[in-house]
Design a protein around this ligand. Structure first.
Ligand SMILES: NC(=O)c1ccc[n+]([C@@H]2O[C@H](COP(=O)([O-])OP(=O)(O)OC[C@H]3O[C@@H](n4cnc5c(N)ncnc54)[C@H](O)[C@@H]3O)[C@@H](O)[C@H]2O)c1
Length: 381
């Protein structure tokens, strides 16, 4: 829809809306795909078969040969893949330039030649950022090789680099399609599985419709032990439920202009514990503190708090870390307010699961008390 109207002083005001479409799919056996079985894996090949490919170093070391064979089966014309180191230190302008240089050298067109990314959340964020900038925006397709990427980053709109502060410079530019294959998670270490689990629990606690939390309570700890990679129908259902719920939230508020978001749970204080604690685990510690505060405020009944604590414990996630400290948390909350229109807007279940309220004006005394409560909970026999 576009519209041009007159301003009060006789100027012109233009209004245009843009439709954004993106998909996310779990597909078992991606590296064995054939054009007959999954014709759209790399986009519309009748428009062009030319693609630039960027691959995470570790994924490339493990699956590089099969990936080349897959590209050959689809008769993709491509230069040597750009190999990108995983990890936070790669979220730099230099990595963006490495990918942009490959796009430029191959003279990628503005339409019909999506960049193909095989990697985790870091490659998503940095490669998606390169795609957002190149020719002012080309499409890209994300092949999520980590659990964090599969259930969160891979179908997010946000892409970013951390030059100089984490995720401070970025764009809203989702992959037109995300695919993931749980078999790829077999080579992740257990800490990475716990990281992804933190983001799954985050969504299960605030999810508005389907019974994701109850399913997670029943099957989550087993899925975590199996690394979400065992083709276990319950693990797949948990991942699909998380993706579906989060896609709804993103579609309703794609540019985060509404700063009250369910998925902000676990993200108002967590930066106070990073990098000493990895992101997903920091999210869990944040959720635990949020529950302690909300229980003291009479928002969350102790029984619900204890249910959530029990499942977190059963997954083997930390309930405590010595980095937890009042001053750090208070300063993280101040930074959160700068991001959310001057309010803390900390989501938490309102009495029961599925309904949400937003807490504000959390004081240093409440933080101190929450730390005491959490310490006692974590160290209870
Ligand atoms: N855009 C968003 O909304 C969003 C959401 C969540 C997280 N993120 C970002 O995602 C990043 C974290 O994601 P991540 O944990 O996937 O990080 P990552 O991409 O750095 O991957 C973690 C490690 O796993 C390795 N790896 C990748 N695939 C592998 C495989 N199949 N087997 C073995 N090793 C493999 C990588 O080389 C790296 O060492 C953070 O930078 C975070 O900010 C973004």
């Amino acid at each position: 829809m576009s519209l041009v109207t007159e301003t009060p002083r006789g100027g012109r005001k233009a209004t245009a809306t843009r439709t954004v479409e993106w998909t996310a799919e779990i597909l078992v056996g991606i590296l064995d795909s054939t054009p007959g079985r999954v014709p759209d894996l790399f986009g519309d090949l009748t428009v062009s078969r030319r693609r630039v490919v960027a691959v995470d170093t570790k994924f490339h070391a493990i699956h590089g040969d099969r990936l080349r064979a897959l590209l050959a089966r689809y008769r993709i014309e491509h230069p040597d893949p750009v190999i990108v180191q995983g990890g936070e230190r790669s979220k730099t302008r230099a990595t963006v330039e490495q990918i942009t240089a490959a796009l430029e050298a191959f003279d990628v067109s503005r339409f019909g030649e999506p960049l193909l990314l095989f990697g985790g959340g870091v490659l998503h964020d940095v490669g998606g950022f390169a795609a957002a900038e190149y020719r002012r925006g080309i499409t890209y397709r994300m092949f999520a090789t980590t659990l964090v990427c599969a259930i969160d980053a891979g179908f997010a709109l946000k892409v970013a680099i951390s030059d100089p502060f984490k995720n401070r410079t970025g764009q809203y530019h989702p992959a037109e399609a995300m695919f993931t294959d749980p078999a790829w998670f077999r080579t992740l270490d257990h800490e990475q599985i716990l990281d992804g689990t933190g983001e799954i629990i985050k969504w299960a606690v605030v999810e508005p419709s389907a019974p994701l939390f109850a399913r997670f309570e029943r099957h989550g700890p087993r899925a975590v032990a199996e690394g979400f990679s065992a083709n276990d129908p319950d693990a797949l259902a948990i991942m699909r439920g998380t993706i579906k719920g989060m896609m709804h939230e993103l579609a309703d508020n794609p540019y985060e202009l509404v700063t009250e978001r369910r998925s902000y749970i676990g993200h108002g204080m967590s930066m106070a514990f990073e990098p000493q604690v990895t992101h997903g685990q920091a999210v869990i510690l944040d959720i635990l503190l949020t529950l302690m505060i909300a229980t003291r405020r009479g928002i969350v009944p102790p029984k619900l708090r204890d249910r959530i604590v029990t499942v977190i414990r059963a997954c083997g996630l930390r309930l405590w870390h010595d980095v937890l400290d009042t001053d750090r948390i208070v300063s993280a909350l101040a930074d959160t307010m700068r991001h959310r229109h001057g309010k803390q807007s900390i989501p938490v279940p309102n009495g029961k699961l599925r309904t949400i309220t937003y807490m504000n004006e959390i004081t240093p005394d409440e933080v101190r008390q929450a730390l005491d409560d959490l310490y006692a909970t974590a160290h209870a026999a």
